[in-house]
Design a protein around this ligand. Structure first.
Ligand SMILES: Cc1cc2nc3c(=O)[nH]c(=O)nc-3n(C[C@H](O)[C@H](O)[C@H](O)COP(=O)(O)OP(=O)(O)OC[C@H]3O[C@@H](n4cnc5c(N)ncnc54)[C@H](O)[C@@H]3O)c2cc1C
Length: 426
């Protein structure tokens, strides 16, 4: 239960914009308000910004965690109008223009919810309890440690069933996160596993991807979908299309086809839903647990409350279910909101999403890229994918770290971060 005293925030003569969430949306909004006549109060439960598109590389030992997270305070070092508070926001009290956090109450003139999304297990409680999602750096470290600990368990046992159970990995969902994760594990299987675990030579890693739809990467072009499926199959990933997961007790994955897979490693990438604190009226919560907003990202019926990024659902003719939950939507909405807040209300511009194309990588030198009608595959697509990701990562040091890691992996196929950092599970 939070204390109801006010949180200390230095006084300012400017209106206060409280931004909840230092993801892509919140960070880009705050950056665009640098030294403008507003007091920016940025809040996050973590003291870092995370680059979610590369979480899978931490989970599969390709990158160290601090290559893809960046301290929030460092990003805003030279801002004169910036305050950061690390706390969890519990409730929005829009009637009183304040929010309740676990360290007290914070008042606002404008409130921006940029709280992103979380795993959606669609009510499958046993799956939620026994699997690991891929939404945070903590989860990607859990995946890395769990998978490696389970392989150690397999190596320590002389029982075939324990060896098989602990050397199977099942990934639920064949969107970009699932496909990229499967490709990275397939490279681990080919280039690392035989050298690190020679005693398990009769138990090669088994990698399964389970997808309820009829294709992988269904949000991309047909060509990308077919090409990436071929790549995955070539890399010995077993893809189960048109198949949903029904249950998982920690050892047996039961599929809608009736098939079962013995595995102690279940990774969930099959869906996300909006996340936000209490206090949002039910009539403003729409499909995918997102908050309905108008064309200026204003929460319906609330003049001073906005939602941007994954958590916001702006339904338009072109996007009847809201815009895609991707980084460019979050960045563009954050940047436009900053501009609008600096204009007179009658001059506000509505949001118009600029689709910059889609990319996914299946492994080294293997990727697919769609830019409108243009489709690329293989080395070219992989090069575009690497460049776009390097440019997008926050901070020069992080860019350098990721770039050097990739160069090393490019030539050596080594994944040097295969460390078990979490507590050992018996
Ligand atoms: C594995 C993975 C791969 C992805 N790959 C791509 C890709 O290749 N390309 C692409 O464009 N997009 C990709 N995405 C999607 C992209 O990362 C999201 O669309 C984007 O992060 C949304 O930004 P956001 O600012 O809305 O939310 P987020 O980036 O999720 O940030 C939300 C922030 O809010 C904070 N927060 C939430 N609730 C509270 C609270 N109550 N109190 C305090 N703080 C709170 C969280 O700690 C977090 O820092 C990927 C996502 C995942 C999970």
């Amino acid at each position: 239960m939070s204390e109801l005293k006010p949180v200390y925030i230095p006084k300012s003569k400017h209106p206060r914009i409280v931004i909840i969430g230092a993801g892509f949306a919140g960070i880009h909004l705050a950056k665009a308000l640098k030294n403008k006549p507003f007091q920016i109060v940025l809040i996050d439960r973590n003291n870092f910004h995370q680059f979610q598109p590369l979480l899978y590389q931490v989970a599969t030992s390709g990158l160290e965690p601090d290559a893809i997270v960046f301290p929030i305070r460092k990003i805003f070092r030279n801002y004169k109008n910036f305050v950061f508070r690390m706390t969890d926001v519990e409730k929005v009290n829009a009637e009183h223009k304040n929010i309740q956090t676990d360290i007290g109450i914070i008042n606002y003139d404008y409130l921006v919810l940029a709280t992103g999304s979380t795993n959606n297990f669609y009510g499958l409680k046993d799956v939620e309890y026994n699997s690991i999602g891929l939404k945070t750096i903590q989860e990607s470290l859990d995946i890395r440690s769990d998978v490696l600990q389970n392989i150690e368990k397999a190596n320590q046992s002389d029982k075939n069933e324990i060896r098989r159970l602990n050397t199977s990995i099942v990934i639920i969902g064949a969107g970009p996160a699932g496909v990229e994760m499967a490709g990275a594990f397939a490279e681990f299987k080919k280039f690392i596993y035989p050298k690190d675990y020679p005693e398990l030579r009769d138990f090669p890693l088994q990698i399964h991807v389970v997808e309820a739809g009829n294709e992988v990467l269904s949000a991309m072009s047909k060509k990308s979908s077919t090409d990436s499926l071929k790549d995955l199959e070539k890399m010995q990933v077993k893809v189960h299309l048109g198949t949903a997961i029904k249950s998982f007790d920690g050892k047996t994955v039961v599929l809608s086809s009736g098939e079962t897979i013995k595995s102690s490693n279940l990774i969930w990438t099959a869906g996300v839903k909006g996340q936000f604190p209490d206090g949002i009226e039910n009539e403003n919560i729409v499909q995918g647990n997102r908050i309905a907003v108008d064309e200026f990202n204003r929460v319906k019926g609330r003049e001073y409350v906005f939602a941007i990024g994954d958590v916001a659902s702006m339904q338009t003719e072109k996007y009847p279910k809201g815009h895609p939950m991707v980084a460019p939507t979050a960045i563009q909405q954050g940047q436009l909101l900053a501009k609008n807040l600096m204009r007179k209300q009658e001059d506000w511009k509505p949001f118009n999403y600029l689709d910059k194309g889609s990319l996914a990588t299946i492994g080294k030198r293997k990727a697919v890229a769609d830019f409108g009608k243009l489709h690329f595959r293989g080395k070219i697509a992989w090069f575009i994918w690497s460049t776009v990701h390097l440019i997008s990562i926050s901070g020069f040091k992080n860019k350098l770290r990721v770039g050097l890691n990739w160069m090393n992996n490019y030539f050596s196929y080594d994944k040097g971060n295969r460390l078990i950092i979490r507590k050992y599970k018996r």
